[in-house]
Design a protein. Structure first.
Length: 147
């Protein structure tokens, strides 16, 4: 069975953010980092070369595949910021609440467990924080933190 390619790297998150070429993306990343730290109470960790993650969880599928991944996070990619919000995907109640929150957030696109935002000016930051909180809480419900 293959293992996750995306793993914690030990690289400094602040160095990564400070190294973002585009000034707007760099400033947005600082805002997102502050928001994710506030919501999660976690210190961020670099996952692979471009993903900033907060918290970690262990999953195991019925197929037997298992591994560890970030609970929540984001990547300030060139075309759009990718926000990894798996809570709404893992928990039906959070999924329905996510739909209502997304109706108020502003301009975005999405994949199964990712929210894509071109720039933070396109969304209501208070509503985005509400969505981040919902997904953080859902992940902690579905995958209770150890300790």
């Amino acid at each position: 069975m293959s293992e996750n390619k995306t793993k914690p790297t030990g690289k400094a998150v602040t160095d990564f953010i400070d190294g973002i070429d585009h000034a707007g993306k760099r400033e947005d990343a600082k805002v997102l980092d502050a928001m994710f730290r506030r919501v999660t109470g976690e210190e961020p960790v670099m996952w692979g070369p471009t993903i900033i993650g907060y918290g970690e969880y262990h999953y195991k599928y019925e197929s037997g595949r298992e591994g560890d991944f970030l609970r929540i996070g984001f990547s300030p990619r060139k075309p759009k910021h990718s926000l990894y919000l798996m809570g709404g995907y893992c928990d039906d109640v959070a999924g329905r609440s996510s739909e209502e929150i997304l109706s108020r957030i502003g301009k975005y696109s999405r994949g199964k467990s990712c929210l894509y935002i071109n720039k933070l000016a396109d969304v209501d930051l208070d509503v985005l924080e509400e969505l981040v909180e919902l997904n953080w809480e859902a992940m902690n419900k579905v995958y209770p933190p150890e300790g």
